[in-house]
Ligand binder design. Structure first.
Ligand SMILES: [Zn+2]
Length: 271
């Protein structure tokens, strides 16, 4: 009897799995073809890379190398209604956008791209001296329309995922940021509903402590935002992203005395 139950469970699970497989079979095939194309370039010798350089005659292949690893995590909200819509967007070649992971409202994690490959999620922006974030980061899209709280199930799955990524790639605590931090003005995700304080408490990004902080009179808060990583070419826009991330209840674009304390505190942690 027990064996029959197990057999039934196996059959049902297999059926469910094959249904799930077939749903994305066509685009999964495109993924595999694309990976094959890149593998072909990697196999090519004498070495040819995308800079188009050819030093074939003097080729001396080293024996000591590995794959490049991500060093940042960029968190997004999808601004869409449901994961299906997002998965569809990320599997339509004409959109040319993608992320490594999509975390749905119920906590399901969809892994869409190998961590070692480059997703198209960050776009134009700047953080510190980094100008090509797609090349050094993992993109995580959270299933959320931008004007609603993030579900507990989603946050729990996100924390578990971040724990694995941080450990696997030895990503520094400072290097977990939002799309809005990367591209102030152009992007506002994840929204004011996102709990960065909770993430910082778990070791992903920093939070501040303003108790007992004395800010020097000559402290330049805008310069400090720049030192933290923000592109401050347009200060009010950098302030907007800082506020959404660190003072979500404040919708202004001006810094007050509390902000100066917060930024002073953050600076010591991000440096
Ligand atoms: Zn985004």
């Amino acid at each position: 009897m027990k064996n029959i139950s197990l057999l039934l469970l196996f059959v049902v699970t297999s059926l469910l799995y094959s249904c799930k497989e077939s749903k994305h079979a066509a685009t999964n095939k495109v993924y595999k073809q694309q990976v094959k194309e890149y593998a072909k370039i990697l196999r090519e010798y004498p070495v040819r890379d995308s800079a188009g350089l050819k030093y074939g005659a003097d080729w001396a292949g080293t024996t000591n190398f590995s794959m490049r690893k991500p060093n940042y995590v960029i968190i997004h909200h999808t601004a869409q209604n449901g994961e299906e819509e997002t998965i569809r967007t990320f599997t339509l070649p004409r959109t040319q956008v993608s992320s490594h992971y999509v975390v749905s409202r119920d906590g399901t994690v969809h892994h869409m791209l190998n961590d070692l490959l480059r997703a198209h999620h960050a776009g134009v922006g700047r953080w510190g001296s980094i100008t090509d974030m797609n090349s050094c980061s993992i993109g995580i899209e959270l299933d959320n329309n931008g004007s609603e709280p993030f579900s507990d199930a989603l946050m729990n799955s996100l924390v578990q995922l971040l724990e694995r990524l941080k450990k696997a790639y030895n990503i520094p605590t400072s290097n977990f940021i939002g799309h809005l931090d990367w591209a102030p003005g152009r992007k506002v995700d994840p929204s004011r509903y996102f709990n960065w304080q909770l993430l910082a408490a778990k070791g992903f990004g920093h939070w501040y402590d303003t108790t007992g902080v004395t800010v020097p009179a000559d402290f330049n808060a805008i310069y400090a935002l720049k030192m933290i990583g923000y592109n401050t070419a347009k200060p009010e826009i950098a302030i907007q992203s800082y506020k959404i991330h660190f003072v979500p209840k404040d919708t202004s674009r001006v810094l007050n005395e509390t902000d100066r304390k917060i930024i002073f505190s953050l600076l010591s942690k991000y440096q």
